[in-house]
Structures are given as C-alpha cells and as structure tokens.
Design a protein around this ligand. Structure first.
Ligand SMILES: Nc1ncnc2c1ncn2[C@@H]1O[C@H](COP(=O)(O)OP(=O)(O)OP(=O)(O)O)[C@@H](O)[C@H]1O
Ligand SMILES: [Mg+2]
Length: 398
C-alpha cells in the first residue's frame, strides 16, 4: 500500500512489543529532557510525571515546545539529553513502533480508501487480532458512531473524522495516548462538544491521556492536571483551579485567564498579611498567596474578583481599594459586562461583572473605585514583565 501515515503506522504496532503493560494506562515520566535543534533548546531540561489513568494537558503558546515533547514521548524524535519512562521502563532508546503509545494528530490521517470500520480495525488486522471487526465496532460505539461504520472518511464531517481517529487510537489499548491539538480544525461549538466527549471517553477507558493545546479553556475543562509551558520549560503544574487561583508567575497569571498585575513594594512584612505600597496606596496580600514576601512585587487580582464602587459607596469588609478612576470601556457579553477602568498612577484595570440585575449599572466615563477581598489578592516576584503571557482574543500572543 501507499506510504502509511505516521499516525497509522505508529498505531499499528502499538502495544505489540511495548515494554509496559497496556490497557489501564501507565505512568509517564520525563526526566530532565532536553531537545536541541541546531543549538536552540526547543525543550529545555523538562521534568514531569503523568500519573497512570490521568488526563494531563500540556498548555502553552505557539513554539513553546509542546509538539516536540510529544514527539519525544512517541519516539519520533530523540532527546538530546534526559530519559523517558513509561510504566517504569526506560524507553528513551526504544523505537517508535515498539512503544506502548498512540498519537492522534490535528490532521486526522485516516485512510481515504478504507471504510470507517476498516480504518479502526486496520491496526488490529495487522497484528492478527482474533476479532478485529468486533473490537472496531466496540470502539465506534465508544465514540458514538456505529451507524457510520460503512462510510468513507470523505463522507464524514470534521468532528466525525476526529472521532474515528480517536477510535482508531483507543482500539489499540495504548498505555499512553498522545493528543496533539486534536480539536484544532473544528469550529468552536463542535470543539466544546468534543472536549466533553473526549473527557467522557478518557474516564470510560481509563487510559493515560496527554493532551497538547494552546487553548487555555480547553486545557482547564478537560485535564486533571495542567502543565503550563513557556519557551521549552514548565512554568507551573497543577490542577486547573490551583493554576487559576494561585498563579506563581506573571506568564501563568496572564496566559491562563486574565489578571490585573500592579507593581508594588512590600512595606510591611507581617506573618499572615503583607502590606504592599502600590502607587501610593496600601494594599494587603495574604502571605500564603505571595511568591515573594519582600522588595518589589507584582500584586495580582483576577477581573471577576474586583467590585466597582461608586463615589460614596461603602467599602466592604476586608477589602483592598484602589481608585477612583474612570470607566474607559464597557463591553456587554451576555452573562457578564467587562469594564476597563483607568486609575491614575496605576494604569488600566479590567473588571468582569456578572449581569444579575439587567442593564449596566455603571456607564462609560463614570467615576468608580475598585474593591477586592484581601483573600483574593496574590503577589508575584517583581522582576517580571507585567505583560508576560498576555494573549489577545484569538489566543495569539499580544
Ligand atoms: N525539526 C525541527 N528543526 C528545527 N527546529 C524545530 C524543529 N521542530 C521544531 N522546531 C522548533 O522548536 C520550537 C518548538 O516547536 P514545537 O513544534 O514543539 O512547538 P509547539 O509548542 O508545538 O507550537 P505550536 O503550538 O505552534 O504547534 C519552535 O521554535 C520550532 O521552530
Ligand atoms: Mg505543535
């Protein structure tokens, strides 16, 4: 037959000669892995552990080294340094087709001349499985496409092709399933639907999933653990809620959701609360939410945690207050309204207000102050660019 596509060729042998037991997923460990391309480190001394059976997301901007990392796990790229272990076995020198790993790429790489069922059964047949058609049918049921078994890939929608590609990978029962932006070609609505589907399938089959994406919402909705990558390194690793509520760097604070970051200096280092001077205003930050507890810091607050206060409105208890400033932009988005408020000496802060009452309570040009509960404030090391990791609305670096 024609030159097999990488995903297909790779899928065929997965599990056949793999060193680790497949079926229930296996731990994936990267130990100090580096990949140099002509003197430039695409992946730079990266270490991480993906526990068996978990849904792990590698999240980062274009060019940060996500695909290179996956390709090294798949055996399609050799690390310059470091080790890769699957289920406790060192596979660093193991060839791609001998690793218990399957990959689903953004381009689905289905065989156009085979039916959906034959695409899914292809690897099983090559391995002389006892019941390729039966198992392929089961996999199609998992992705809810058994009724399209006799169609050709060209007769399917993008989302349906994506599910076939997934069924074809899952049917091999790999110890680790690698997904490289598998939903990238789908429109937003289908993408959101497939995210829920993928999560359901992962829970049902219990395989270890490593999902690569530059879409922060996608990573947060699906993954148990997210590793935020920047320039070949991991900036922070944790549950979606941990990363969102307690970012450790400006890059994570800006790349994962949005943040207001204000430059300040610690002027009072208490045991429980820090006092920080921000443009002449004293704000308080819990010590347990501070990466740095002395010198220059960036004080952070998420836009939905800020409240707008009109002149004379009482300040709620245990809040930091800045302003007054002027509303320079109001944008209504249905569930919430987003305000930009220019505070002299501090810059422009973003505020999200849930639309509970109907109609915007505050208008363009109004004078407002901004309040935020002390317990929602965080502090980062001051020696960082406040705009690090900021993305525009298309998810591209600003
Ligand atoms: N074969 C190669 N030769 C030289 N440089 C490469 C090669 N493959 C990747 N790179 C470089 O390594 C860096 C990381 O690339 P990689 O494809 O891993 O990024 P990515 O995070 O997957 O980005 P994207 O979100 O755009 O897919 C980039 O700067 C890229 O140009
Ligand atoms: Mg990539």
């Amino acid at each position: 037959m024609a030159q097999p596509l990488v995903a297909g060729a790779h899928a065929d042998a997965a599990g056949r000669a793999g060193p680790a037991a497949s079926g229930s997923g296996a731990d994936l460990v990267l130990e100090r892995v580096t990949k140099d391309f002509g003197g430039v480190a695409a992946v730079d001394d990266l270490s991480l552990t993906v526990p068996a059976g978990s849904f792990f997301a590698l999240l980062g901007p274009s060019g940060c080294g996500k695909t290179t990392t996956l390709r090294m796990v798949a055996g399609l790229e050799r690390p310059t340094a470091g080790r890769i272990l699957i289920g406790g076995e060192d596979v660093t020198a193991t060839r791609a087709h001998q690793r218990p790993v399957n990959t689903v790429f953004q381009s689905y790489a289905l065989f156009p001349h085979l039916t959906v069922l034959e695409n899914v059964a292809f690897g099983l047949r090559r391995r002389r499985d006892a019941d390729p058609a039966g198992r392929a049918r089961q996999a199609l049921e998992l992705v809810e496409l058994p009724h399209l078994a006799d169609r050709r890939p060209s007769q399917l929608s993008g989302g349906q092709q994506q599910r076939v590609a997934l069924a074809r990978a899952v049917v091999n029962n790999p110890a680790v399933l690698l997904l490289d932006e598998p939903l990238g070609a789908l429109d937003l609505k289908l993408r959101r639907q497939m995210q829920v589907e993928l999560k359901r399938i992962q829970t049902e089959v219990g395989l270890t999933f490593v999902h690569v994406t530059h879409d922060q919402e996608e990573a947060m909705t699906m993954a148990d653990t997210v590793a935020v990558m920047n320039a070949g390194r991991i900036e922070q690793l944790g549950s979606p809620a941990e990363l969102y509520e307690m970012p450790r760097t400006a890059f994570v604070a800006n790349f994962l959701g949005q943040s207001n970051l204000l430059r300040g200096t610690v002027v009072e280092a208490g045991d429980v609360v820090l006092g920080v001077d921000v443009g002449g205003v004293r704000v308080r930050v819990p010590v347990e939410r501070a990466v740095s507890t002395s010198g220059e810091v960036l004080v952070g607050v998420r836009p939905e945690k800020l409240h707008l206060l009109r002149p004379g409105e009482p300040v709620p208890d245990d809040c930091n207050v800045v302003g007054p400033g002027r509303v320079t932009d109001v944008s209504f988005s249905g569930v919430s309204t987003q305000y930009q408020v220019l505070v002299p000496g501090l810059g422009t802060l973003g505020v999200f207000v849930q639309n509970l009452l109907g109609g915007a309570a505050v208008a363009l040009g109004d004078e407002v102050s901004l309040a935020c509960a002390v317990r929602h404030t965080f502090a980062l090391d001051g020696a960082q660019d406040v705009a690090s990791g900021v993305v525009d609305l298309d998810g591209e670096p600003a």
